[in-house]
Design a protein. Sequence first.
Length: 391
Amino acid sequence: MSKVRLGILGIGGMGSGHCRNLLADPDCELTLAAVCDIKESRRQWAKENLPESVLIFDNADDMIASDAIDAVLVAVPHYDHPKYVIQALQHGKHVMSEKPAGVYTKQVREAIAEAEKHPDLVYGLMFNQRTNHVYRAMHDLVQGGQYGAMKRVNWIITDWFRTQAYYNSGGWRATWSGEGGGVLLNQCPHQLDLLQWICGLPVKVDAHLSFGKWHDIEVEDDVTAFMEFENGATGVFVTTTGSYPGTNRFEVELDRAKVVVENNELYVYELDQPVSEVLANSNQGFARIPGHEVKVETDGKNPQHMGVLAAFAARILRGEPLVAEGPEGIRGLTLSNAMHLSAWLGHAVEIPFDEDLYYDELMKRVATSRVKENVAEVTFNTDGSYGSEKK
């Protein structure tokens, strides 16, 4: 096999973007072989915009079973991500899932269990922000240990501005029954993944969520969460789709440095002495710690979605590393689920939490999820729409 034949399941905003990216990169080791969508309007788009060689299917079963593809990219609404990951694996297909890995951790565990039955097949997650050089460097600095223990984490990401027209663009959007959550599950899976990848999972979360605060929706569009980590470090995570122009600042305070990513740039302020040492030993009540800004050399690369797909092909063809292994997707989702559960129960929750309780609470909301009115089906172009990709 010299190229991997890919079938894209779901050609809405993300799926069609993947189509365009693949067709624009002749050197990619993935070739677009098939697409599938249940909507006739999207299949018509495929007929008008994709090469005649690309097969067009109207149901997932037929495409996944087709001998015309070697791998599946799952880009359907969130609840169905684990379902089609499992189905693809059972049909002997490699699979790349869009984020999030699923809506709730119990269903993602089923996908992970299926993947363990097929060690010869590749299961990856589309965590494209891990390809960004600033976050890769931040990961190495925090996890490397050269600056000591983590003390505090703050991430303010309020540049996810979305209008009511966005939420009205699909009947499944921003509903408990169709999407399973709001800003945490739609916009922030990348940030929640990065947070746990760089800092580790917290052990306790106390989250305050507002549901439909800025929009006529039933899910959360405003979040403030307090986190506690195993070593005693604390953190705050703030996000919303109702602010403009918003902020995107990720700050990690370590014993000997402060590491910040903002405006797609990495800043490191290095202290001459550890904070813990000065706190304990200085005889000056108002002591100051000398320090200086450090220039961190990175490779400057930020290949995003195509970087993830290139690594996916390289794993299939040559066994090279993925950007994100499929089972890792449960970690960021664990953080999202914990924030929802904390808000629903009105108190802090520990991680790991009761996954059955989470599922029961989610299903209560699904049962009362309203049928959306004034839906104007639109497939938006997603290029440049992700806050942490902005330059």
